[in-house]
Design a protein around this ligand. Structure first.
Ligand code: NIG
Ligand code: FE
Length: 408
């Protein structure tokens, strides 16, 4: 039963209280048994029986819960750097998409890639995420669009989940109508609802169903049909909502009791009121806002209205080619005026709620998974203020160390 001592600050990130309450403990200790935390609190209060145990020294560092990246498009082939430059020169995301770039281009490359190549790249990204403190990752399909490739992506996630020590949550994403079905969109939506989604649910290939509701992707009515089919099959709803325009996606998410509504750069005051009533988590993706030159989600208005705000990377080759969740936290502070504590709560217990695993992970409390990260900073404020991409982070999942640096 190892005990981690000499923790400068322990950010427990318990769920109770508002977004800014992360329930820190200075001069703390943390004990676990196997994969589960058995005790967390001020070191002087450590129970006597734990004094006899194997001890590890945190060196006065900050300890946070293992970070939860609750919105990623982890598996895809190819990159789209040229589109980054075209947007910087003035073309819009939708113009590039309509000219055959964007999602469609990644779909072509992903369909052509072998499962092995996709898996290798996804696992390398997960390893890189571990070095940034991430122990739980939500992974979406959506770069296949046909049955074969969507299933291929979801099966890759299942294989990785069984072999990797990070926790994976899987989402089927209805991302766009593929070009071969563009003339018959109704038939495509019908096929998703009658065939693909029930099959994915039957084969336990996903826990969530997500839809990109936007001009150029799916309408509100199509999104509703897809998400309701998912719910009838046992998949909880998530929505890519109000990213490029106020299309009513947040209100749809609220009406369906979705577990999260993500993006929300263009959410309306009415959308905010609906999310507050439904208890849906609003997931902010500030890397995507910055890359696409969008105004970020109005996180302050959402938090002030009482909506829990999660923060995630949106890792994908178009709008968010960085897997760095601490970078997203820093952007949540600098672009969205979230405090470091609010941002951290958004990538721990709130993010865990956005992917339905808040009972198991997201905070450092007895009974939860021993998933945590040692950060080279004295406290949460110091960490995100002096944001250092090269700062050392030692990450543990299920009571064992994922990253290579060894503790004394
Ligand atoms: O979450 N908004 C839709 N999907 C992605 C971008 C996909 C892409 O450009 O490849 C997102 O930002
Ligand atoms: Fe996304």
């Amino acid at each position: 039963m190892p005990v981690l001592l000499n923790i400068g600050q322990l950010a427990t990130c318990r769920a109770d209280g508002g977004q800014r309450e992360i329930h820190t403990v200075d001069a703390a200790a943390l004990a676990w048994d196997g994969g589960t935390i058995t005790w967390a609190g001020p070191a002087p209060a450590l129970p006597a029986h734990l004094h006899e145990q194997e001890t590890l020294d945190a060196g006065g560092r900050l300890v946070i819960p293992g970070l939860v990246d609750c919105h990623t498009h982890l598996a895809f082939a190819g990159w789209r750097a040229d589109e980054f430059e075209r947007r910087l020169r003035g073309e819009s995301y939708l113009e590039i998409a309509r000219a055959g770039g964007g999602i469609e281009r990644t779909v072509r490359e992903t369909r052509a890639a072998s499962a092995e190549a996709l898996r290798e790249r996804a696992t390398a990204t997960l390893d890189a995420m571990a070095c940034r403190g991430v122990t739980t990752v939500e992974c979406k399909s959506g770069y296949g669009l046909d049955g074969e490739t969507e299933i291929k992506l979801l099966e890759i996630y299942r294989t990785i989940a069984n072999t990797h020590r990070q926790r994976l949550l899987t989402t089927f994403l209805a991302h766009a109508v593929p070009p071969e079905h563009r003339a018959h969109r109704a038939g495509y939506v019908d096929w998703l609802c009658r065939d693909l989604i029930p099959r994915i649910a039957r084969e336990h290939l996903a826990s969530f169903c997500d839809v990109f509701v936007e001009d150029g992707a799916f309408s509100i009515e199509e999104g509703k049909a897809i998400l309701e089919t998912g719910q009838r099959s046992g998949l909880r709803a998530k929505v890519h909502a109000d990213q490029l325009s106020d299309s009513g996606g947040a209100s749809l998410a609220a009406r369906l009791g979705a577990v999260s509504a993500d993006h929300l750069e263009h959410i309306s005051p009415q959308g905010i009121a609906h999310l507050r009533q439904s208890g849906t988590v609003a997931v902010s993706l500030p890397i995507a806002s910055a890359v696409l030159g969008q105004p970020p989600m109005p996180a302050r208005s959402l938090i002030d209205a009482g909506v829990p705000v999660g923060v995630a990377t949106d890792y994908n080759p178009g709008s968010a080619p960085s897997h760095d969740l601490p970078l997203a936290l820093w952007l949540a502070c600098t672009l969205q005026r979230m405090t470091p504590a609010e941002a951290l709560k958004g990538a721990t217990v709130v993010a865990a709620r956005a992917c339905g695993v808040e009972v198991e992970v997201g905070s450092l409390e007895a009974g939860k998974a021993a998933d945590f990260a040692l950060v080279d900073a004295s406290d949460v404020l110091d960490w995100l203020y002096r944001f250092r991409p090269d700062g050392r982070i030692d990450t543990w999942a299920g009571g064992t160390q994922l990253t290579v640096t060894t503790l004394r």
